[in-house]
Ligand binder design. Structure first.
Ligand code: F6P
Length: 422
């Protein structure tokens, strides 16, 4: 089987270990392994230049590795020479030639190409939020490129938007193949050989916003970064008896804000799924912080999720919270927006273990897939790696957004956590 892996949407720590796991597990199981650069955008653009000649490196293969995995797959797949180029983000993707972007986005990789990726942040194979993949024309080009390269299994590592895209590609696949035949791009024989595309999703997102899985790849690292930042803020806040309003990422999900609040001992947290009960919210927050100050706290930390809002869905922004703390409670208040520092840096241990276990299962799921099965997302629940129908996870994630939109906050919370009680 030829399998390819891509990373899509906002990068997250753990994507490199995920790609590494898919490549190494694929090779171990006798597959040919590919990476697709720049997410779906690379899939749409495909390869427009021939592969570069690759130097044949002399390799020493440790005996225990050969014994463990079998010589054939491993020796054949040791190195395809693109490793360093992939790592530095250089290489042959997107070269400017005669005013057009040309290059190779679908690249065969071997065992050595992903060596040392475990502890590295971001994604070496690039990621993008692709506008062209959202068009039918773009998805047709993507399907054509997969068929041209002979790839029959695809692992997509990304957030809910990226996995929605994967689910759409799977659902439309038959139709896309027929259109490629009608447009003369592929033959009837090629269409028959490619009647199914096997897709598996890995959830890579710092937001931890995907339904039906306990944890997404990158969320533990982002949470750790936030805690470290708030620990640093704590000492300066206490020194000056100040208040700090810390804005954290998470898009429409309050997980990062809530867990950071628990881990860093915040005074008040604003999250999208559960806005303050009173409307307007200002007095409710001030009451809590006033009490904390009265019992002797020298510092105040308020965490605002970037998607926070009140019960009428009016955004609650960090600057507004600062004004309230300053004017009503007379606290010397500063705002800190953590921004992309939350997304960067080396993966913590959990963001190495989780993508490794899930990447291996993604390859197993591709190898075991049958046409009558749904496409799976690899999740984790109560410490067990699980396969969840991708369509169910995508639908339930969208249901949370719909519940918030309908101002049914109780439902939003219970969709996030079935054991939640109002
Ligand atoms: O989904 C991950 C995330 O970091 C969100 O938390 C945030 O809203 C968004 O991506 C930021 O996107 P960008 O990096 O494109 O500004």
């Amino acid at each position: 089987m030829r399998i390819a892996v891509l990373t899509s949407g906002g990068d997250s720590a753990g994507m490199n270990p995920a790609v590494r796991a898919v490549v190494k597990a694929g090779i171990t199981k006798g597959c040919e392994t590919y990476v697709i650069r720049e997410g779906y955008e690379g899939l749409v653009r495909g390869n427009t230049t021939p592969p570069r000649p690759r130097p044949k490196a002399e390799r020493h293969v440790p005996a225990e590795r050969l014994a463990r995995f079998g010589t054939d797959a491993l020796v054949k797949n040791l190195s395809f020479g693109d490793g360093p180029a992939l790592r530095e983000g250089a290489g042959d993707a997107d070269e400017e030639e005669e005013g057009t972007l040309r290059g190779r986005h679908i690249v065969r990789v071997g065992w050595d190409d992903v060596r040392g990726w475990m502890g590295e942040g971001g994604t070496f194979i690039g990621s993008a939020r692709s506008a062209s993949f959202r068009t039918l024309e773009g998805r047709l080009a993507a399907a054509h490129n997969l068929i041209k390269e002979g790839i029959d299994g695809l692992v997509v590592c990304g957030g809910d938007g990226s996995l929605t895209g994967a689910d759409r590609l799977r659902a439309e696949w038959g139709e896309l193949v027929q259109q490629l035949v009608a447009g003369g791009k592929i033959t009837e024989t090629e269409a028959a050989l490619n009647s199914h595309l096997k897709i598996v999703g890995l959830v890579g997102s710092i937001d931890n916003d995907m339904a039906l899985t306990d944890m997404t790849i990158g969320a533990p690292t982002a949470l750790t970064r936030i805690c470290e930042a708030i620990d640093n803020i704590n000492s300066t806040a206490a020194s000056h008896s100040r208040a700090f309003v810390v804005e954290v990422m998470g898009r429409h999900c309050g997980w990062l804000a809530l867990m950071a609040g628990v881990s860093a001992g915040a005074d008040y947290v604003f999250i999208p799924e559960q806005p303050p009960k009173s409307q307007p919210w200002e007095e409710e927050m001030c009451e809590v912080i006033r009490r904390h100050r009265e019992v002797g706290k020298r510092k105040t930390i308020v965490i605002v999720a970037e998607g926070a809002h009140d019960r009428d869905l009016n955004p609650i922004k960090a600057e507004k919270v600062k004004d309230v703390l300053t004017e009503v409670l007379k606290l010397d208040t500063r705002v800190t927006t953590l921004g992309h520092t939350q997304r960067g840096g080396r993966p913590v241990a959990m963001d190495r273990i989780l993508p490794t276990l899930q990447g291996i299962d993604a390859v197993n799921a591709l190898l075991e897939a049958t046409p009558d099965q749904p496409s799976y997302m690899i999740g984790i629940h109560e410490n067990k790696i699980l396969r969840i129908p991708l369509v169910d996870a995508v639908q339930q994630t969208q249901a949370v957004a719909a519940a918030i939109e309908a101002r049914d906050f109780g439902r939003a919370m219970s969709l996030r956590d079935p054991e939640f009680e109002q």
